[in-house]
Design a protein around this ligand. Structure first.
Ligand SMILES: *Cc1c(COP(=O)(O)O)cnc(C)c1O
Length: 365
């Protein structure tokens, strides 16, 4: 049995155009890109396009996804971009060419695992420059760890260093932060007496500096997924990125009820399906649509982007989505399809469910 809806359409040409447009700008600034595939559950056709149209490696936080793409015949090199757990090291060595690292205990164990498998492996050592997720906080300790890798771990190759910003601490990638990373790279290079091949300045949020052409010279790599998939979030303040499309993916869901109902619940209010106490605004009787799709499919629903004008997402629960369609020109009926553009989180959920129907559209621009 295959469900028809919700349906996720992957517009391969549009996606390819996004990869090409962003890569052209990166190339101009001397920046290689690791194409990050965790936001789309490493769907092989998407990974293939990223690799084919200019990214020099593929990265994900999950080893199963590396395996999935390797099995589909997509060439790496593959980067593990979440700091590995000790329990993952055998698979890190066998599946990935590169991993991000921030803990000397793990790095030493990785060297031993490499020796066991008689396989070499490259590492990017991470600096925490204020976002407070992964990375060395004490930069002397970081330099010492890099020197230790270079001098005492024959199976590991110190490929370079990196930083991640804006993910936890919402810290903005700035020229200053990038220069801080470049300064650390220079310290390490003078200690080990050779240049580092990779200085990786972050994820999609750091692309703002490529877009503005202010990225400092010493940064030569970014690790990006979101930019290619759904564009740069508007909250980053970039509003003139007309070379990127936001419709590379279309979500379709089916109408299962349409009815005029009050906008404020009636009765004594307690908690919703997720244990929260939402507030409801009474704007009178409205025309409402129920879709056969819910938070289990897309995560948060309030920020879904309806393609029709005059539709707003009111809310819903794990398997239902409620729309206010009072101002919509289309005369919606049960059985009709409503379309949405997506943000990163929606794509993350949709692609990791087995019962969402994923269709590849290779033709339309
Ligand atoms: C997820 C992640 C990325 C890519 O993030 P995007 O916002 O999709 O570009 C890069 N680096 C690390 C360490 C990550 O965890």
């Amino acid at each position: 049995m295959e469900r028809q809806f919700p349906r996720l359409i992957v517009h391969e040409k549009r996606f390819q155009q996004n990869v090409e447009a962003a890569m052209a700008r990166c190339r101009e600034m001397g920046i290689a890109v690791c194409g990050v595939i965790k936001g789309c559950h490493a769907l092989p056709p998407i990974a293939r396009i990223m690799r084919q149209y200019g990214t020099s490696s593929l990265g994900t936080s999950r080893l199963e996804q590396v395996k999935r793409c390797r099995d589909a015949g997509i060439e790496g090199p593959y980067w593990l971009i979440r700091i590995p757990a000790m329990s993952e090291l055998p698979d890190v060595v066998s599946l990935c060419e590169v991993s991000l690292q921030s803990d000397l205990t793990t790095i030493k164990a990785l060297e031993q695992e490499c020796a066991k498998q008689n396989k070499s492996h490259s590492v990017i050592v991470m600096a925490d420059l204020g976002d407070l997720r992964e990375g060395f906080w004490d930069k002397d300790e970081m330099v010492a760890a890099c020197v230790a890798i270079e001098r005492t771990m024959p199976y590991l190759h110190l490929l370079g260093i990196g930083v991640n910003l804006s993910c936890y601490g919402s810290v903005r990638p700035t020229v200053e932060k990038m220069n801080d990373l470049v300064a650390i790279a220079q310290r390490i290079e003078s200690e080990i007496g050779r240049p580092l091949e990779v200085v990786s300045g972050g994820a999609t949020s750091s692309f703002t500096l490529v877009h503005n052409r202010t990225m400092p010279k010493g940064i030569n790599n970014l690790r990006m997924g979101e930019l290619f998939l759904v564009n740069l979030p508007t909250s980053w303040g970039v509003t003139d990125m007309d070379y990127m499309r936001t419709d590379a993916f279309t979500l379709q869901a089916e109408v299962i009820e349409i009815r005029e109902k009050p906008s404020h619940p009636q009765g004594e209010l307690c908690i919703d399906a997720f244990g929260r106490k939402p507030t409801y605004v009474d704007i009178g009787v409205r025309k409402r649509v129920l879709l056969a799709m819910g938070r289990a499919d897309v995560g948060d629903m309030d920020n879904l982007i309806p393609r029709d004008e005059g539709i707003t997402v009111v809310g819903g629960s794990s398997d239902h989505c409620i729309l206010d369609v009072t101002d919509c020109k289309r005369d919606l009926k049960v059985g009709d399809i409503v379309e949405f553009s997506l943000l990163y989180g929606h794509l993350l959920f949709l692609t990791s469910r087995e019962d969402v129907n994923i269709i590849y559209d290779a033709n339309n621009n």
